[in-house]
Each structure stands twice: as C-alpha cells, then as structure tokens.
Design a protein around this ligand. Structure first.
Ligand SMILES: Nc1nc2c(ncn2[C@@H]2O[C@H](COP(=O)(O)OP(=O)(O)OP(=O)(O)O)[C@@H](O)[C@H]2O)c(=O)[nH]1
Ligand SMILES: Nc1nc2c(ncn2[C@@H]2O[C@H](COP(=O)(O)OP(=O)(O)OP(=O)(O)O)[C@@H](O)[C@H]2O)c(=O)[nH]1
Ligand SMILES: [Mg+2]
Ligand SMILES: [Mg+2]
Lengths: 292, 282
C-alpha cells in the first residue's frame, strides 16, 4: 500500500531523514499511480498532486523527522478535505410531503437503492411510498413492486403507461391526502448524452419540484465519472450522490471525481444487494480506500 | 489530439492522457508509451502526423493476433446445443445482451432457448421472459429462489432433448469478492459439464464500458471460476471508451468478441478493433 511504498522511498535517505524536492517528487509519483489505479480522473489527479506538492514543500514538512509519514498525512488530509465533511446529513421532516428523485446511468443500482431508501426512511419514522417511473426496462415496474412487497411499502405505478409525467401526477394525487410523507421516484437508467431522456428528467423535476435528487453511481466507474456526473448535475442540479456496490473491491476513485467536478457530497453508500445493505458515507474511510 | 509540428514532451503527455482517459490504466498506458518511444527511435520518426497511426497500430497488435480472427467470433460451428454462459458483476448488461443475441440467432434461422439462471434478483426471471418473447426464443425457468444449478441442469437437458441449436444461460450478477457466489458459478459450470462435457462452448464475461481498473480484477477472478472465452463490452453508446479491455487482453489473453451499443434487440455488434481504437483518440 501507499504507506509501505513511502517508507521505502524515505528509507533511502541514508540516516539523514529529511525531505527534499527530489524525494517528494518520487513519493508524488507513487501517489499519482495510486490515485489513477483507484480510478480518480486523471485531471483531478494532476491538480491534487500539485496541491500536495506545494503543501509538502512547505517549511515545516521539510524540517520534519518522519518525512514519509508527514507526506502520507498531507495526502490523506487533502483527500478527506476534497471528499467533503462528514456532517452532511440527509434529513426530512415528517410533517410535510417530501419528494425524492433517484437518477443515474443504466444498471447503477437505482431501483434497489429506492427500496433501501424506503427502508432507511421508515427506520427514521417516516412513511415512504415508491413510484415506478421506469417505463422502458422490461419488468422494471415489477422489480420495484417485488421490492415494495418485501418491505411492505406501497408502489404506485400506471399500468402500460408510456408517460412518466402522467405516472407522477397520478402518484402525487394518490399521495397528497394520505399519511405518506416521503415519495421516492424510481426513474429509468439513461445516458447523460441522451437528449430526449435527459429532458424527461428535467420535465419530471419541473413537475415534482423535488426536495432532493439523488444521483446514483456505481463505485467501479472509471474516468468517465466526471463527464457523466457533470452532465447530470448541469441539467438537474442534483443534491447528493449515492455510491453503490461498495461491497466490491473497487477503490471508488469516482467518488472523488464526482465531488470535485460537481461539488455535491456523497450521502450514502450501497454495500450489497439486500435492502439492509445501506450505510452513511464516511469521507475518511473513503480516503483510505482510494489510497489503497 | 494536436498532431502537428515536431514530436515533443507535450505530445507524449497528450497521448498518455488520451490513454488514461480511456481507462487503459497506468501500467498498460506506460507499456504502450514505451513501445511508441522505441518505434520513434528505431524508425527515426520526426513527423508527428505518423504518431497517431503508430500508436493505434501498437494497440491493435495487442488486441488482435494472427489467431484471433477465428477466435474473436462466437464459434457456433457443429455444437448442438451450442451453449453460451453469461457471467459478470451486477448491472453490466448480461440479461439484455442475451435478449440481443437470442434475436440474432433467431434471425439466422436457429432454434434458441434461454435459461433463467438468475433465481435471486427481484423480477430477473420476468425480465428475461420478456426478452425471450421479443426474440422468439423459448425459455426454461423455475420459480424465484430455486437453486440456479438445478434450473440450468433442467434447461440444458430439455434443450438437448428438444434438439435446440443455441442455449443462452443467464446468471445472477455477482461480485468476484464473494467466494460463495464464485463457488456457485464453478458449480454451475460443473453442472453443465455433466450433460455436455465440453460446454460451456462460450463463457462470456460481460463488462460495462464505464468500468475502471476493477475490470481487470473481475476478469482475473471470474476466469478462475470458469475459463472465460471472451468479453462482451456493453454501453459503448455512452462516452466511456472501455479501455480496460486492452489490459485484459494484454495480461490475460481474453479477447473482446462483441459490444453492446444500446438497449434494443438490434444493438449488438461484433467487435471491431480498428473502430474501437480510433474512438480512443477521437
Ligand atoms: N453488490 C451490490 N449489488 C448491487 C448494489 N446495489 C444494486 N446492486 C445490484 O446491481 C444490479 C442493478 O441494480 P438495479 O437496481 O436494477 O439498477 P438500476 O439502476 O435500477 O438499473 P436500470 O433501471 O436498468 O438503470 C442488481 O443486480 C442489483 O442487485 C450494491 O450496493 N451492491
Ligand atoms: N445504453 C446501454 N444500456 C445497456 C446496454 N446493455 C444493457 N443496458 C442497460 O443496462 C441496464 C442493466 O442491464 P441488465 O441486462 O439488467 O444487466 P444485468 O447484468 O443482467 O444485471 P443483473 O442481472 O442485475 O446483474 C438495463 O437498463 C439495460 O437496458 C448497452 O449496450 N447500452
Ligand atoms: Mg431500475
Ligand atoms: Mg440480469
């Protein structure tokens, strides 16, 4: 891992043990490699390395007697700082109707995440209902209904409907005078470059005026994470990110890329296929995972 | 890519960044850049216009070799039933790809059976059933929660008895980090071999083109559970380049056989290395 590699680099400072530009450069090459292997976007890696370089060549580090550990500390702190502060809490009040949209690329884990959100909200004393707005994928509505049954959370859909706005209107009408206080809208996976489908999301947002939009992203996403996230954010201004499939051994550098390019924080992570596999995001744990 | 003037460090940096941006990965990118620099030296190249052809040729030689022309297409020849197993991590496009391939073989006049080997995920069987209906393939399935190996055993037996030409087997998405699920996959392979000893004739790892470096580990681990005969690279209709397959071919010698370019039945193409590589530098 990175700490071991740094120890090797700095051990070569035969007894002198002080940092200089040359061995900082060497250690930064290792950091660059670690971040690229972790799928952090190459441009973000470039900026990050420059930031760390200027911090590391600062006077107090140069005088330090544990140079390897000092550089690792700077890298780690800089990563956590970039990832966002832990106190980003997603909370909803039970005395109003909260509307939540769940969006993202094909296969990222949206439908499963809707069920996880429903379960999470109910644990926090809210009354969820899910709305099946994926009218394209075979058996997508059925999938959400099966999950709803498992959870005993109602699912609103409109049989054979080819119009997402009509489904949403039906859902709003059915929910407005009920005791439900959080609506979770599952949407079809789509490409950020699909103009027609991105417009569908913008129109849905206009109709719902949602309280929160979650962008769902797969933890194994590579360099393209910046393009995808930027486009979704430019068009929808989502509020938070849910990083799924964190139970894999993907390092998850996409989390850093997405935060860097959109400024939006990761609020939750998916850690498996079961409804309970859902946790709050910890920036410090993510930083360690990305560094390897 | 700005290809004019002399070959300098800026051009080399731009080229390396194009590789990294395509998810080719740092090790494979460094390998390609080393080869490029050697070629520039030995061929005494000074015109940067020649560099694009050179780097594309280096990568093309990594992706296809003299044997791969036959190997890089599904070898359906004289196997009946011709059995194809689809594997991969969650959400990459296995079920949809089966729908596309079923359609292709039906259009070629073959009889096709799909087997609903994903007995775990909500509505997985219903999803595959709709794809079977769309393509005209028959489907062998049991209820959700059944043992996948039993379902697959029954399906393959039925295909053999009914003289089916092509069998496409769907499996549940699984993370290679889950030992019990990888063991389940090995068991599925052994089960198929009880009926058809040289099957699966194709074991296709489905990879999402937006995947980063984790794809290499996926390929390594899945390859241990079943000898992967090829990769299907999906979602290339997006902006990701899918460069992870270059490293996978280079390190594991697993070729890409097909690509997915959309969500409809017709959105499946044979892999074209030239087009794939040119897209990296576009
Ligand atoms: N291992 C793991 N699998 C997950 C996780 N979240 C979702 N999945 C799986 O990922 C696959 C895709 O999940 P879906 O919920 O269907 O994804 P989706 O974004 O709704 O897909 P589309 O609607 O087709 O765009 C399924 O096999 C899920 O079980 C997770 O956190 N970990
Ligand atoms: N744009 C695009 N979407 C695709 C492609 N292939 C599959 N998809 C979509 O990706 C999503 C997931 O596809 P599935 O076929 O359910 O993937 P899977 O691997 O079977 O998923 P699990 O069984 O849950 O692991 C669906 O929304 C598909 O329509 C492709 O080539 N391009
Ligand atoms: Mg879905
Ligand atoms: Mg599937």
């Amino acid at each position: 891992n990175l700490t071991d590699k740094f120890d090797t680099i700095f051990r070569k400072l035969k007894g002198h043990g002080k940092l200089n530009e040359q061995n900082i450069k060497e250690s930064l090459r290792e950091v660059r490699r670690a971040l690229l292997e972790a799928d952090v976007n190459f441009r973000i890696v470039k900026n990050f390395i420059n930031e760390v370089a200027s911090k590391a060549t600062g006077q107090d580090v140069l005088k330090s007697l544990t140079p390897g550990h000092q550089v690792v500390k700077i890298v780690h702190e800089q990563l956590i700082h970039l990832m966002g502060e832990k106190n980003f809490k997603v909370q909803f009040q039970s005395n109003r109707l909260n509307k939540i949209m769940v969006v993202g690329l094909q296969g990222s884990g949206k439908t499963t995440t809707c069920a996880k959100l429903a379960s999470h909200f109910r644990k926090n004393k809210l009354e969820p209902v899910m709305v099946a707005c994926d009218i394209y994928r075979p058996a997508a509505v059925h999938q959400l209904q099966v999950l709803g049954k498992q959870l005993d959370v109602p699912v609103i859909s409109k049989e054979k409907s080819k119009n997402v706005l009509k489904i949403a209107k039906k859902a709003l009408k059915e929910t407005e005078n009920s005791e439900k206080n959080v609506m979770i809208f599952d949407t079809a996976g789509r490409l950020h470059i699909d103009e027609k489908l991105m417009k569908e999301l913008r129109d849905l947002k206009k109709l719902l005026k949602p309280d929160f939009i979650f962008f769902v992203a797969d933890a194994m996403t590579g360099q393209d994470a910046v393009n995808i996230a930027k486009e979704f954010n430019d068009q929808l201004e989502f509020d938070g990110v849910i990083l799924t499939k964190m139970d894999s051994d993907a390092r998850g550098g996409a989390a850093l890329s997405i935060k860097a390019v959109t400024g939006k924080p990761v609020s939750f992570v998916g850690t498996g296929e079961k409804i309970g596999d859902f946790e709050e995001f910890h920036p410090d744990r993510m930083a360690s995972r990305i560094l390897g | 890519l700005q290809l004019r003037g002399k070959i300098d460090d800026d051009l080399m940096d731009d080229l390396e960044e194009a590789l990294l941006q395509a998810d080719i990965g740092i090790d494979t990118s460094m390998y390609v850049m080393e080869k490029l620099k050697n070629e520039i030296r030995t061929q005494k190249i000074e015109d940067s216009q020649k560099i694009q052809f050179l780097i594309e040729d280096i990568i093309k030689k990594m992706m296809i070799d003299e044997y791969s022309h036959q190997a890089d297409h599904l070898k359906i020849a004289n196997k009946k039933p011709f059995i194809v197993l689809f594997i991969g991590v969650n959400g990459v496009g296995k079920t949809t790809t089966i729908g596309k391939l079923a359609r292709r073989y039906k259009d070629e006049g073959k009889s096709v059976m799909v087997i609903a080997g994903d007995t775990f995920r909500a509505a997985a069987i219903e999803q595959l059933t709709i794809w079977a209906e769309r393509s005209g393939a028959s489907i062998s399935k049991q209820q959700q929660g059944s043992d996948p190996s039993s379902v697959i055993y029954d399906g393959v037996m039925s295909a053999k008895n009914k003289n089916i030409d092509v069998v496409l087997i769907d499996t549940a998405g699984r993370q290679h980090t889950k030992v019990n699920l990888m063991n389940e996959l090995s068991k599925i392979v052994r089960t198929i071999q009880k009926i058809v000893p040289d099957a699966p004739h194709e074991s296709l790892l489905v990879i999402d083109s937006t995947t980063g470096q984790n794809a290499l580990i996926q390929a390594e681990i899945f390859n241990k559970a079943t000898n992967i005969s090829g990769i299907i690279l999906t979602k290339l209709d997006g902006t990701a380049k899918g460069g992870i397959v270059v490293g996978i071919k280079h390190q594991l010698n697993i070729p890409v056989k097909m690509i997915g370019v959309g969500e409809q039945q017709e959105d499946l193409r044979d892999f074209d290395a030239k087009e794939f590589i040119e897209a990296i530098f576009e």
